[in-house]
Design a protein around this ligand. Structure first.
Ligand code: SAM
Length: 291
């Protein structure tokens, strides 16, 4: 296990993932019944953007660094507000040195009655995560294999909630594991919201992945993808996506306002674009693309 999210925290892919997670949690809060957030590959929870790891890649500068003060359309600003409010709450006015990973983002957005389960297999990262939430009774920190956690933690007793599956993609076959994991997870927790993150390194492999997700025949499934430039292996990740199952009915509209602005503001050159595709059994199979 070599992957450490500290090198990538706050990059363009985190912006999309975390903005959507925040919108989902905000939507769950509309009903008074408690919900649970389950994060199967959690990382360390909060990141030091002034630290050595973040400084080595500087990826956050092309992600949250551009977004936090950007001049955005009203629709995009509205869609980003729950996410950016948490980022701002962790930083002094005008500063950006601390960035919330998915655990801290979820924790800051949850209410007193809601619960968070964060799982991380890397022993050092898990220890940091445990320290972060040591005195927090609403949060449970686990050290399971993420794929085992995805099965064993479902369904949550609240029968409401969101499950983030955000693997490190260090092992071959992670896209297939996402498909199989989602199938079983939805069988156990049909009403849950599921967010599955994936990098876009190989267009054909990702098209096959999207097709396999569509073949699961789940209702209400979206794929949202962002490219910040044309793929270039030497220059690192240029595209990433998120599968969203059972997302809020408002999400497709919110993403329709948000994604063109993210493609514009986060562009690193030619090829910056986005794609929003319905993959659910009840969809007409429409895709919105924009370069
Ligand atoms: N979800 C985090 C966030 O948004 O802030 C980032 C998670 S990072 C992309 C993936 C994490 O998965 C890493 O911290 C890595 O140590 C952990 N990991 C790798 N293999 C794992 C496994 N089999 N089970 C659980 N965690 C694993």
């Amino acid at each position: 296990m070599n992957y450490r999210h500290a090198y990538h925290a706050g990059n363009f892919a985190d912006v999309v993932k975390h903005a959507v997670l925040a919108l989902v949690i905000e939507h769950l809060k509309r009903k008074p019944a408690p919900f649970r957030v389950i994060d199967t590959h959690a990382g360390i929870g909060i990141y030091d953007l002034a630290g050595t790891a973040a400084g080595k890649t500087g990826e956050w500068r092309e992600g949250i660094g551009r977004i936090i003060g950007a001049d955005l359309s009203e629709a995009a600003a509205d869609a980003l507000e729950p996410y950016l409010a948490v980022v701002r709450s962790l930083n002094a006015p005008g500063a950006l040195t601390r960035y919330p990973g998915s655990p801290m983002l979820a924790r800051r957005l949850m209410r007193d009655c809601d619960r968070l389960v964060v799982n991380e297999l890397h022993p050092e990262d898990r220890a940091e995560l445990a320290r972060l939430f040591a005195r927090d009774e609403a949060t449970k920190v686990l050290e399971l294999d993420g794929w085992t956690a995805l099965k064993s933690l479902l369904p949550p007793k609240e029968r409401r909630g969101v499950v983030l599956v955000d693997p490190a993609f260090e092992q071959p076959g992670e896209l297939d594991r996402l498909v199989a994991g989602l199938k079983e997870a939805v069988r156990r927790f049909a009403t849950g919201v599921f967010l599955l993150w994936y990098p876009i390194k190989d267009d054909k492999a990702v098209a096959a992945f999207r097709a396999k997700i569509a073949q699961l025949g789940l209702p209400k499934t979206l794929a949202v993808e962002l490219w910040v430039r044309r793929p270039d292996e030497a220059a690192g990740l240029s595209g990433a996506g998120l599968i969203i199952v059972n997302g809020p009915y408002t999400l497709a509209t919110q993403l329709g306002g948000l994604m063109p602005e993210l493609a514009r503001v986060l562009s690193q050159g030619k090829g910056a674009s986005f794609r929003i595709e319905e993959l659910g059994a009840d969809s007409a199979g429409g895709a919105a693309n924009c370069a």
